[in-house]
Design a protein around this ligand. Structure first.
Ligand code: RNT
Ligand code: ZN
Length: 422
């Protein structure tokens, strides 16, 4: 990539944006300060490294495809992550699941996981300036095989998962305290029914009771922030999900947790972007799981499409920068996994940049004046402004490859590393 060329394209782009009242330098400054929370589970198809035969994914989520080269252990996952971070401009967090602890070949039950199992992750993060987030793992386990965890009518199963959730909070608080940056603990459980339920209320009462127990121990918000992720349906829970969006939204707003909005967890015609301003008004903060559903909650790699564009632009428009945690949640096993990660994470950053470069004051003043044609045409004009030139410049300035260089680097890694894994 010719640096001179990128630089002169950027200079022209800067002028084009300036004509629309947009300061590209200010937008890039804002983007520089934003951290995504990269989901570790794209690297091994949500398998984790518990050292057991229970590695098959369950709980109504599925990673389809059998592209070679997935990470088979922590070292390989970290190797892939190191490469990934060289391909992303900016400094980004890493989101772990409890099944990614460093168990050193030992079988550690989910209700026994402790902060020390994440000591090597803390070292890893410290060396790289990467802060960690956490997720409880309430799936891919014999005690979740009946489809229920925290809302189970079996008291033994429920107690087991309540303990797991408590352990997850302990791990999260330890991570947050040690790294000096609050760890977000996201809780998602698959509980639900395939067919028409007879006792919705009963299950929801149980889930609420479990949450009350889980969140009873107080932790400083500076160490730990808890988030709750609802869902419309999953494979095997087509008719009823106990932890629906309304359930968690109300629970979270009443008890001070964050609501998690996963872009794949709503009806396909429902706008997740529209929810951001509403939630922020009353909750102050929220967590996104940025994903791309194709017909259903399919967790496809995020692309710079209309849905991602609207979602991330709404974060900017709603004053959500710094208040909306930007988690990623997709997993594609049909292509090189580093490639999936890179394309998806960069797409989110591009969507954020597009949001930051929106001719905001023109749009808002047109709207306020009832000039809806003006607003419409300004949105249209914004679409063809030279976003790519600003993005490439941002990447080069950050010391990472411009857009046209990405594919070659992933192919190189595919040949030199991924495909050698057998
Ligand atoms: C499942 C939820 C959940 C998971 C991850 C692996 O539908 O989206 O966030 O994808 O925890
Ligand atoms: Zn999610």
């Amino acid at each position: 990539m010719n640096r001179k060329h990128v630089e002169s394209s950027y200079r022209l782009a800067r002028e084009a944006y300036a004509e629309q009242g947009v300061d590209t330098e200010q937008a890039l400054q804002a983007l520089r300060g934003l951290a995504l929370s990269i989901h570790c589970w794209q690297g091994d198809d949500v398998g984790g490294f518990e050292g057991s035969a229970e590695g098959t994914l369950s709980g109504g989520i599925a990673a389809t495809g059998n592209y070679p080269g997935k990470a088979r252990n922590l070292d390989e996952l970290r190797q892939d992550l190191d490469k990934l971070y060289t391909l992303l401009p900016g400094r980004h967090r890493l989101s772990l699941h409890m099944i990614y602890g460093d168990f050193a070949g030992q079988r550690v039950e989910r209700d026994q996981v402790r902060p020390e199992h994440f000591a090597s992750w803390l070292d890893w993060g410290r060396e790289r300036g990467v802060a960690l987030d956490i997720n409880g793992t309430f799936f891919s386990h014999p005690r979740a095989a009946a489809g229920f965890t925290l809302a189970s009518k079996d008291p033994g199963i429920r107690a087991f998962w309540i303990e797991h959730a408590k352990r997850t909070r302990e791990v999260g608080a330890h991570l947050g305290r040690t790294q000096g940056s609050a760890c977000i603990n996201n809780l998602w459980v698959p509980d639900g029914l395939k067919d028409r339920p007879a006792d919705r209320l009963g299950y929801r009462e149980l889930l609420a009771r479990s949450l009350d127990e889980i969140f009873a121990p107080p932790f400083p918000k500076a160490d730990l922030k808890d988030a709750l992720e609802g869902k419309l349906f999953g494979i095997g829970s087509e008719s009823f999900v106990v932890g629906s969006h309304e359930f968690y939204l109300l629970y979270a707003s009443r008890h001070g947790q964050l609501i998690t909005l996963d872009s794949g967890h709503f009806h396909p015609t429902e706008s997740v972007a529209d929810k951001i301003s509403a939630v922020l008004l009353f909750c102050g903060e929220l967590l996104l799981h940025i994903s791309r559903g194709v017909r259903w909650d399919s967790d496809h790699v995020v692309l710079l499409d209309d849905a991602a564009g609207e979602l991330l632009a709404e974060v900017v428009r709603s004053g959500g920068l710094g208040r909306v945690a930007l988690g990623l949640d997709f997993f594609d096993a049909s292509i090189n996994r580093l490639g999936a990660w890179t394309v998806g994470a960069r797409a989110v950053l591009k969507a954020l940049l597009a949001g930051l470069l929106e001719p905001r004051s023109t749009l808002v003043s047109c709207e306020a004046a009832g000039d809806y044609l003006g607003r419409m045409q300004t949105f249209e004009l914004a679409r063809t402004l030279p976003l790519g030139a600003v993005w490439d410049w941002y990447c080069l300035e950050a010391g990472v490859p411009a857009e046209a260089e990405v594919l070659g680097l992933i192919r190189e890694y595919d040949q030199a590393v991924s495909r050698c894994r057998g």
